[in-house]
Design a protein around this ligand. Structure first.
Ligand code: PLP
Length: 373
């Protein structure tokens, strides 16, 4: 059994994907060829935003967005403590200071209450200027925007939605990547919508931000003369090949894969909910199930289960084994565990199970049997 079965997906879509790859090679337009623009239009329309700017990966997407707002030394950027490193690393690399926020244990997403406490703490300390909130749509589920957006408004902060895992999720029909002033996603192969290498995208409704992002992903070139640079940018474009591969994959994603993963999640929850803490999806929320993550009763129980799963050739993962405040790169911040009690609980008890649209009910049965035994 695969944790995320990319081969099964390729088998289902092979003729279209092979044809897409061949046509890019035929065209020789490897950089910013026609499929890139076509993909950008389709993704923007799907998410319900005016613009989509494709780029090289989800990390660059976050960094480019922060560059739009001139985030740098002295700025505080608030993000979740329980996420992939890039959510915070992208502010550090620009010289800003990430301020890590504890999570809500029911959703694994940033706790709005802890967020406001951290903003107040930073303001009281008076050393950093609060600038941006980076909520993460972790494991496929949108963050609590009903509470986070009013907090951003109250303190005058920008919202950068890290939708790397959230693409396809929604709140009351409004899709992930539409909640931030700027929103980003990743097409890393294992994400809900993945390509065959690295890729990412940035979403905005602002024409000027769109134009600047197109410039910043190409070294900061001016729109009229590409050898006259108007600011310092990056080299961060989505390959035409990846865009061409994403087009048929996006079609399958919208047509059935989102429904398929939700059906799989339902099979898991029905079998496991009496015995484990299964993922809770609030009313009106839809997850795109980047991960299906349960909580065990104890760290020992988790070890035992992982051992038994391994004996049965079933892969499982620990997302994530430590909070960002516990990472070596952030040791210098000397952050106290007491501020991150929910993150710490999650790191000790979380267990992610195989999850993808091509998982069959008998596979779910096999996994759950081991867990329940
Ligand atoms: C994967 C991921 C990223 C980074 O995306 P890449 O395409 O791998 O650079 C950022 N944030 C989160 C939450 C992610 O899961």
């Amino acid at each position: 059994m695969q944790f995320r079965d990319l081969k099964a997906q390729y088998k289902a879509l092979q003729p279209e994907i092979d044809e897409a790859i061949r046509s890019v090679i035929d065209s020789s337009a490897f950089i910013l060829g026609k499929p890139v623009g076509e993909l950008e239009e389709k993704l923007a329309a799907y998410v319900g935003r005016k613009h989509c700017v494709a780029c090289a990966n989800g990390t660059d997407a976050l960094q480019l967005a922060l560059m739009i707002w001139g985030v740098g030394p002295g700025d505080a950027v608030f993000t979740s403590d329980f996420t992939y490193f890039a959510s915070a690393g992208t502010s550090s690399i620009l010289g800003a200071t990430p301020v890590l926020v504890d999570i809500d244990l029911n959703t694994f997403n940033m706790s709005p209450q802890a967020l406001e406490e951290q903003i107040k703490r930073v303001l009281a300390e008076g050393k950093l200027k609060p600038k941006v909130i980076v909520p993460v749509d972790l494991f496929g589920q949108p963050a609590d925007y009903d509470k986070i957006l009013p907090i951003a408004e109250k303190y005058g902060l920008k919202v950068l939605e890290d939708g790397a895992q959230g693409f396809g999720g929604s709140i009351r029909g409004k899709l992930a990547c539409s909640f931030g002033d700027i929103s980003t996603t990743s097409f890393f192969p294992a994400k809900p919508l993945g390509c065959y290498g690295d890729g990412g995208a940035i979403f905005t409704d602002d024409d000027e931000v769109d134009a600047r992002l197109r410039s910043l992903r190409a070294q900061g070139k001016s729109p009229t003369d590409k050898y006259d640079n108007r600011e310092i940018g990056m080299n961060s474009r989505l390959d035409t090949l990846q865009a061409a591969i994403l087009l048929p994959k996006f079609k399958a994603f919208v047509e059935h894969e989102i429904d398929d993963v939700n059906r799989v999640a339902g099979w898991y929850t029905k079998r496991l909910e009496d015995r484990f803490v299964t993922p809770s999806v609030p009313d009106g929320y839809v997850s795109s199930w980047a991960q299906y993550t349960i909580l065990t009763k104890s760290a020992e129980e988790r070890d035992n289960i992982r051992e038994k799963l391994k004996e049965n050739n079933i892969p499982s993962m620990i997302y994530y084994p430590r909070g960002l405040h516990q990472q070596q790169a952030y040791k210098w911040m000397n952050l106290d565990d007491s501020m991150y009690q929910n993150t710490i609980k999650a790191t000790k008890l979380c267990l992610s199970l195989p999850m993808h649209p091509y998982l069959r009910e008998e596979d779910v049965d096999t996994v759950c049997k081991v867990l329940l035994d």
